[in-house]
Design a protein around this ligand. Sequence first.
Ligand code: MF3
Ligand code: CO
Length: 291
Amino acid sequence: MIRKIGRNDPCWCGSGRKYKACHQASDDRIALASSRGHIVPTRDIIKNEEQIAAIRESCKINIAVLDYIGEHIHEGMNTAEIDRIVYEMTTDMGGVPAPLHLEGYPYSVCTSVNDQVCHGFPSEHVILKEGDIINVDASTNLNGYFSDSSRMYCIGDVTPEKRRLVEVTKECVERGLAEVKPWGYLGDMGQAVHDHAFANGYTIVREIGGHGVGLKFHEEPWVGYNTKRGQEMLLVPGMIFTIEPMVNMGRVEIYVDPENDWEVYTEDGLPSAQWEIMVLVTRTGHEVLCW
Ligand code: MF3
Ligand code: CO
């Protein structure tokens, strides 16, 4: 039997505050949305202030790593060097690269070049050359708190077509972000991302999406972009998730390398771009925690 929390009992979130002064009003709104048939978050993905503070520390490492990569990435560099930098910086700062050994993933970071959509393996044999576009996707575990973000880097002179893909993909994330607010829906974000890509003649990979993050690397909800305004999960203060669309210049279909079951490519061989940010739903709107 589940006993209902009394108004004066300590809140379930662990804040130490009374329920009525903490999550009671939020829970009432969630219950109402649920009774109307909406998907709503479970308590385990709603973070308290203490947890958010610890996640922020993890994000600091992830941001520092991607800043450093941005300053040092260059033509002629191989992507195994990026893997080494990510491993060394993350561990020097007290963290552990979250991808390492995750479901057998053998590296500290994903480096996806040109027509690679995601999960590109760093390699001594992948040498960056002028005109390449590359996504570096880093994730950190600091004391059991997770951060995850990725950026695109252009190597030297890149064709206008590729540069536009990179820029529009970033705009897609920004359009989605603008829709993130408490008591809105995840589909508000997804539709904004999708509409902007579509308006620019691009497609968005359907099979791989973003995710809740913070207390685990991958949490609920799954974050897709082929979603509609007013649908998908209700957004509640304390939720943290990634926005990370993979935008293809050409067709939407992807191909997974059967040799390793990890590396994902566009089927038509045209370039793909991705930016990933981590966003917190606040009481008044949102806050970007990691980029
Ligand atoms: N950073 C990727 C994500 O957003 C996951 C890469 S870790 C891997 O979810 F192990 F799956 F490669
Ligand atoms: Co992610």
